[in-house]
Design a protein around this ligand. Structure first.
Ligand code: CA
Length: 228
């Protein structure tokens, strides 16, 4: 079945390039060039994925995202942010965005993120709108809030995405390469060492004894497994 993408973006050049490329990949693409029109189209719920620029005329991308989630539209949202909008990424994920890309981005990376989001949606939203608990840790996917023993744990946007990915794939071994591809994006980083560093940070924040983790397990030579 043809998958439908709504592109909400006001830069004409980018709309052309993206539409052209996505259509060549086999997607059906519609576009809106301001926030109001984008919100109206997206509210139909007729799309499999929304690509949403955050800086838009008439209504900001963050507002579009918030309104959609408030009205119960669960379509996956890939947000496009400018390099200067670091704070907006975290806010955007808290408002219900599913992933973000910083402009300028590589087209292959965008396609990889689109594929990953559509795959995740096809598996069923195990985590969207839900609260997931393991041990003393509680993860609220709607508000992107994490607590441990009732105390708030501050995760970066990337750490939160990584945790969500682990939970969605719990009980299964995920390789560093898979994590790089699905959480960071296609050839975004030179080294799988980055995955290890982020895993170490997550353990520091979530595990009682990070040296002997209970939940985020390392499988030598294979990757990681979430056992929560
Ligand atoms: Ca813009």
């Amino acid at each position: 079945m043809e998958r439908r993408i709504l592109l909400i973006e006001d830069e004409p050049g980018l709309v052309l390039t993206l539409t052209d490329r996505l259509v060549r990949e086999g997607y059906a693409v519609e576009s809106a060039t301001d926030g109001d029109t984008g919100l109206a189209r997206a509210s139909s719920g007729a799309f499999d994925l929304i690509i949403l620029d955050l800086m838009l005329p008439r209504r900001s991308g963050l507002d579009v995202c918030r309104q959609l989630r408030q009205s119960g539209v669960e379509t996956p949202i890939l947000m496009l942010t400018a390099r200067s909008q670091v704070v907006d990424k975290v806010v955007g994920l808290q408002l219900g965005g599913d992933d973000y890309l910083t402009k300028p981005f590589d087209m292959m990376e965008l396609l990889a993120r689109v594929e990953a989001l559509l795959r995740r949606a096809a598996r069923g939203p195990v985590t969207s709108g839900a609260v997931y608990s393991f041990g003393p840790v509680r993860v609220d996917f709607k508000s992107a809030e994490v607590t441990r023993d009732g105390q708030p744990v501050v995760l970066s946007a990337r750490e939160f995405q990584l945790l969500r990915y682990l939970i969605e794939n719990r009980g299964r071994v995920v390789s560093r390469e898979e994590l790089l591809k699905d959480v960071w994006g296609y050839h975004a980083l030179p080294s799988t060492r980055t995955v290890d560093v982020h895993m170490a940070w997550l353990r520091q924040k979530l595990e009682a004894n990070p040296k002997h983790p209970e939940f985020i397990l390392t499988l030598r030579g294979l990757g990681y497994k979430f056992a929560g």
